[in-house]
Design a protein around this ligand. Structure first.
Ligand code: SF4
Ligand code: SF4
Length: 736
């Protein structure tokens, strides 16, 4: 019934006129809101609300600073942190070509208090995923601005176990890896920028680090002799002198007085330098330790033996602050945090003093500002318990000075610099990049051999279907390589404020596909992409095949109607591009005209209006071959416009094509061949079916005639060859 209705009305001239005027109506419907809506800046109340949320409603927002757009935040007149908008410090654009603006707050130690999303236009986070981005950024709370975060892919790998000393693993969101990578970079880059300008510990431009390659093997005695490892002895008498009590008057579990002559010996050293760390921990242990330290962090190893256990109650709890052992430098007390590494056997031997049970490792955070080439002291606070439960505290201090030759000074910027974001993303998706590249090479080879392939009809059809499956399942569903009209206007926006290649490199699959499509556009027009590389196009083609198998009647749209309907997609494209320059919010909504996100990105797991719309388009494709591609797709329209500059029109034609033969025209599913037999390259999807026909003497009428003629000729020649000479002369004498 639907078929008949469409057929009837598609021939009706009134219907055609109405449809023609739809162009104008659509323009008005879409352009009016464009004129009315414009992007606005974030209102102050929204910022204040976000700041209070970040600081848990327990703080008061101060006046914005005059030198930088940063708000100090107070609690009972005491400074408890700073808040700022990321957009004021970092201009990293997201998938939609616009920055993701966040309100970020950290305390005076550079510890994140929270992050609130203020504005974002990422297509992956519209409708069904609006809260997902906020849930993601909530994970930054309690991290330090110099921390390193690795984002687990939301669906391809399971989140790894949190390793407390290495990079921090965040739960990702499938299909949104690019946006999350941009968020991560934005949060840390902007926070570091603000920390450097406002927090003392981050102000230093240069830091001193141990020379990573300065190493020579040294034994325990040599390390001690050269003072690289410091031996610090505290006698029982000394403690008694400081406390004014005999040690046996204490009832402290940390005291071991079985040997009244035993001293407390502490051996300690700065482990970042290979000269100490590698010699003490061995190669594996040292590498492991360095892998756990973040840029700017330091490690101190402490070995102890004697009458007092400096770790209270024999406890060593990794990732907790050491309670009674510190560093001191320039009168500043520096806390240390216990860390654990699975140490292989020390180079110094299993039975040495540095055996595993005696050695403890502590790290000093970057923001402590420790300068390891300057004199420092190790501080030990002894807190000894008396039988009445009271404690007597005494502090001991020992100086440690390392030779300058062990160190070098580097720019802090360099030390914190990680690889460019796009490099990280390309490395993490290397297998997908290789598979896609191989697929594209194969496609290029097939196209270059199209004459040969099209003569092997079965092989050609097998190749085409195999490639369409590859396009839908690998490029589309798995690698998320569905190009979109969003990419076109992102490019235009990017060009309008200075081209940044790094932005486009953020998605390697989309980037490679665009580069390949751009080259194929210049050479052959839009067809190579639309016929072979578009996942939604492949999906429609498959459904169309199913429809034919189910004997669903296919509607042939009359040439004049077809011509008018084709123009609709150009109007849609024009509206979208115009809207992009007015309002990103609006264009985000308008771009839902593409059903790609619903069908390919989210596999129809979306709210019902989007699913209904996508299914409606696919259903129309059951009756009208590739309905969406031909009449609606703004991306196809954009590619057709760019494809007008193609160099070649390479699909073979015969002089008989169009006059009189119309076989290809009728067989071309999308009406890309006109009555004169000319191919409309703006519409042609290079399915190569007409090339198959042209080379097939069972389908192509002129080829059939030629084949018949040549068969007849051959027959005559065979007859002539098999006829006796006398008869042959007789036959030659017979007129035609
Ligand atoms: S017209 Fe649009 S949907 Fe169709 S194949 Fe081309 S890009 Fe894909
Ligand atoms: S049949 Fe020929 S003209 Fe039609 S879409 Fe395929 S390649 Fe293009």
């Amino acid at each position: 019934m639907t078929v008949n209705w469409l057929k009837k009305y598609s021939k009706n001239s009134l219907f055609l006129n109405i449809f023609h005027n739809i162009q104008v109506v659509i323009s008005l419907i879409f352009l009016l809101p464009i004129i009315c809506l414009a992007d606005s800046s974030i209102p102050d109340t929204k910022i204040e609300h976000a700041i209070l949320k970040v600081f848990k409603n327990q703080a008061v927002m101060g006046e914005q600073l005059s030198d930088l757009p940063i708000w100090p935040v107070f609690q009972h007149s005491e400074l408890v942190g700073y808040a700022f908008q990321s957009i004021d410090f970092v201009d990293l654009r997201g998938f939609a070509g616009k920055p993701i603006n966040m309100l970020i707050g950290f305390d005076p130690n550079g510890v994140f208090q929270g992050v609130q999303v203020l504005e974002q236009h990422e297509p992956m986070f519209s409708h069904d995923l609006p809260g997902a981005m906020q849930r993601f950024v909530n994970q930054y709370e309690t991290l330090v601005v110099t921390d390193r975060v690795l984002i687990n892919n939301g669906y391809k790998t399971k989140p790894k176990k949190q390793d407390k000393t290495g990079p921090i693993h965040f739960d990702g969101i499938s299909k949104a890896t690019i946006s999350l990578a941009v968020i991560n970079k934005t949060v840390f880059s902007s926070a570091l920028h603000v920390a450097r300008s406002k927090l003392q510990a981050y102000k230093q431009q240069y830091i001193t680090i141990a020379k990573p390659n300065l190493y020579e093997p040294k034994n325990w005695e040599e390390l001690l002799k050269e003072n690289l490892i410091r031996k610090w002895t505290i006698t029982q008498e000394r403690v008694e002198g400081r406390t004014g009590l005999y040690l046996n008057e204490f009832e402290d579990p940390d005291l071991n007085l079985s040997d009244p002559t035993a001293d407390l010996n502490l051996y300690y050293g700065y482990l970042n330098t290979p000269m100490i760390g590698r010699n003490l921990l061995g190669d594996d242990g040292f590498e492991q330790l360095m892998g756990q330290l973040k840029p700017g962090e330091h490690a101190i190893g402490v070995i102890s033996e004697g009458f007092y256990n400096y770790l209270n109650n024999h406890k060593f709890v990794p990732e907790t602050k050491a309670e009674n052992i510190y560093l001191e430098q320039q009168d500043l007390l520096i806390s240390m945090t216990a860390i654990n590494i699975d140490r292989p056997r020390s180079m110094l031997g299993k039975n040495s003093i540095a055996s595993e049970k005696n050695l403890h490792i502590f790290k000093v955070p970057h923001q402590a500002g420790l300068m390891p080439n300057n004199p420092m002291s190790l501080i030990l606070d002894m807190s000894l318990a008396l039988p009445n439960g009271k404690h007597i505290k005494v502090r001991f201090k020992n100086e440690y000075n390392l030779p300058n030759e062990l160190f070098e000074t580097i720019n802090l910027e360099q030390s914190l610099e990680t690889r460019a974001l796009w490099v990280e993303i390309w490395q993490s998706r290397i297998s997908e990049i290789i598979i896609l590249s191989l697929g594209l090479i194969l496609l290029t080879l097939a196209f270059s051999q199209q004459q040969y392939l099209s003569k092997k009809i079965k092989l050609f059809h097998q190749f085409r279907w195999a490639f369409l499956f590859f396009t839908l399942f690998f490029i589309g569903f798995f690698a998320q390589g569905q190009l979109s009209v969003i990419n076109i206007y992102t490019l235009l926006l990017e060009l309008s404020h200075g081209f940044n290649l790094e932005f486009f490199l953020l998605d390697p699959i989309i980037f490679i596909l665009w580069v390949y499509t751009a080259i194929s556009l210049i050479l052959w027009g839009r067809g190579l992409f639309c016929g072979w590389l578009c996942p939604f196009g492949a999906l429609q083609e498959m459904l169309s095949w199913v429809a034919k198998k189910l004997k669903i009647r296919q509607l042939k749209i009359p040439a004049t109607t077809n011509k008018k309907l084709i123009s609709v997609k150009y109007i849609i494209l024009f509206i979208l591009i115009t809207a992009a320059f007015y309002s990103t919010n609006l264009v985000e909504k308008l771009s839902e005209i593409e059903p790609f996100k619903t069908s390919i990105t989210f596999f129809f797991i979306q709210s019902w209006p989007y699913v209904t719309y996508a299914l409606l388009l696919l259903s129309l494709g059951l009756f009208i071959h590739k309905f969406y591609c031909r009449y609606v797709c703004p991306l196809g329209a954009g590619l057709a416009i760019l494809g007008k500059f193609r160099r070649f029109e390479w699909l073979n034609r015969r002089s008989e094509c169009g006059t009189p033969c119309q076989v290809c025209r009728h067989k071309c599913g999308i009406n890309a061949i006109d009555q004169q037999g000319q191919i409309n390259y703006n519409e042609c999807i290079q399915c190569l079916e007409c090339i198959v026909i042209i080379n097939d003497d069972k389908q192509c009428a002129p080829a059939m005639v030629a084949a018949k003629k040549s068969a007849r000729k051959n027959k005559i020649a065979v007859v002539q060859l098999s006829t006796p000479v006398s008869e042959k002369f007789a036959m030659d004498a017979i007129p035609d």
